[in-house]
Design a protein around this ligand. Structure first.
Ligand code: AMP
Ligand code: MG
Length: 420
């Protein structure tokens, strides 16, 4: 049986010819969180002209070498003014933050250090060339690389693009992810339940997880546990970059998803990974589509999606890795486990001093939905171990946002550091 790490590697290797997907041009407001698909050179300098960093007076430093120098105020430059009059030697100009530095001036003195009486300004201290001037191109010069292909467009990068006047960028297209629930007992969640049916919760769980991973999810009609129904459902997945089938990949008599995928022409690379939850998971290529068969229990579906489908979606979108923090953490409660498998326990997180703790949720039943709601992390219990004591060091995969307990604690410990 494949180890989880080897499975992830095999998946990413298998996608090498597809990832990242071809680029599309999107406006900045749709680019956040996506990867840049082009190297970007600065089409203009930042800042574009020499400007004042302060409200004060522009002058030549040579004209105020000593304390108490006095210069006539020749004119005023406001922010937004076009560069206009040059400054004559032996004079200064009233200037405000962001206004263009008049030609001839080489520094600005802040108004707090200047006394203006009538038409002249008295400088409390010697002027220093370059002081309080934002030089054209000091941030970035025309033609210099602004962002490299592959950069993730966070708010900062979006701000930089806007400053450069780039209101559209090339990013890999978001992968279209088909979500296919299977099972005779599975009913669409918006339908009343017939006897023996349960609502299709997984499709919606994975829809949300897919969006979070950077994919464009598409809910396909639920398939029955028959070859014909599965074949028809798979035809509906045409055009997807990635397909996630839910359920029907285990060893039951009616677990027909692998057969149906193979019959449709998919080449399955593996089946079963040495992990809990989620042992029966299959992955393969169906032409230009990556296909996953995930186990149907909600916790198994969630964990296997997190470990295997999420990095695949990200790779197609041009984003590297899982995008999750994996941190050393201590186990808050002792655990026993199957030494043949890596266990991934849904857990809460705490910070004590400088140590991250993970506390596995009381229910780890893979069929229980309530047990996945409060999962802030996956506690990774390694293979070859049968028992872990309280306090054992393990790895924690942090899911989503930092919970308030961890955020609040960080504030407290940073305050402590600052005061020592
Ligand atoms: P399977 O992997 O098909 O053997 O399903 C395992 C368990 O997960 C069964 O109890 C199914 O009823 C349940 N299950 C399968 N698919 C879904 C789904 N889409 N939503 C919620 N539960 C499901
Ligand atoms: Mg089933």
């Amino acid at each position: 049986m494949l180890e989880p790490g080897a499975a992830t590697k095999a998946i990413l290797t298998s996608l090498a010819d597809l990832a990242p997907l071809p680029a599309e041009r999107v406006p900045l407001e749709r680019a956040a969180g996506r990867a840049l698909a082009e190297d970007l050179l600065a089409p203009r300098s930042l800042p574009p002209f020499d400007s004042s960093q302060m409200d004060g007076y522009a002058l030549r430093a040579a004209d105020a070498r000593g304390r108490g120098a006095k210069l006539p105020v020749a004119f005023t430059v406001y922010a937004g003014a076009a560069p206009g009059r040059a400054l004559e030697p032996g004079s200064c100009a009233r200037i405000f933050t962001g206004a263009p530095l008049p030609a001839g001036a080489d520094c600005v003195e802040m108004q707090e250090e200047v006394a203006q009486r009538g038409g002249s300004a008295r400088f409390n201290r010697p002027a220093v060339a370059g002081r309080f001037v934002r030089q054209a191109g000091s941030d970035l010069r025309t033609g210099e690389p602004a962002l490299r292909a592959g950069a993730v467009l966070g708010p900062g990068a979006i701000g930089l693009l806007a400053a450069l006047g780039r209101m559209e960028v090339a990013v890999p297209r978001r992968p279209r992810v088909g979500i296919l629930a299977t099972g005779d007992e599975i009913a669409a969640a918006d339908r009343p339940l017939e006897p023996g049916q349960i609502a299709d919760s997984n499709s919606h769980l994975l829809f949300a997880a897919c969006r979070e991973a950077g994919g464009e999810p598409l809910l396909l009609p639920i398939a029955r546990d028959t070859r014909a129904s599965l074949a028809a459902a798979l035809r509906g997945a045409a055009g997807c970059d990635l397909l996630v089938c839910i359920g029907g990949v285990s060893v039951g008599e009616r677990d027909l998803v692998r057969d149906a995928l193979a019959a449709a022409g998919a080449k399955l690379a593996f089946w079963r990974v040495a992990m809990r939850p989620g042992k029966p998971i299959t992955f393969g290529r169906w032409d230009r589509c990556a296909v996953f068969g995930l186990p149907g229990n909600p916790a198994s579906a969630m964990v296997t999606f997190e470990l295997f489908a999420r990095p695949a979606i990200r790779a197609l979108a041009g984003l590297s890795g899982s995008g999750r923090s994996v941190l050393p953490a201590r186990l808050a409660t002792p655990q026993t486990k199957d030494p043949a498998l890596t266990h991934y326990l849904r857990a809460e997180t705490f910070v004590d001093g400088r140590t991250l703790w993970v506390k596995p949720l009381p229910s780890q039943k893979s069929g229980d939905l309530t047990s996945i709601v409060g999962a802030e992390a996956l506690a990774v219990l390694p293979k070859r171990v049968a028992r872990l004591a309280r306090g054992a060091w393990i790895e924690a995969i942090l899911l989503g946002e930092a919970p308030p307990r961890v955020q609040a604690h960080r504030r407290i410990s940073l305050a402590g550091v600052a005061s020592t």
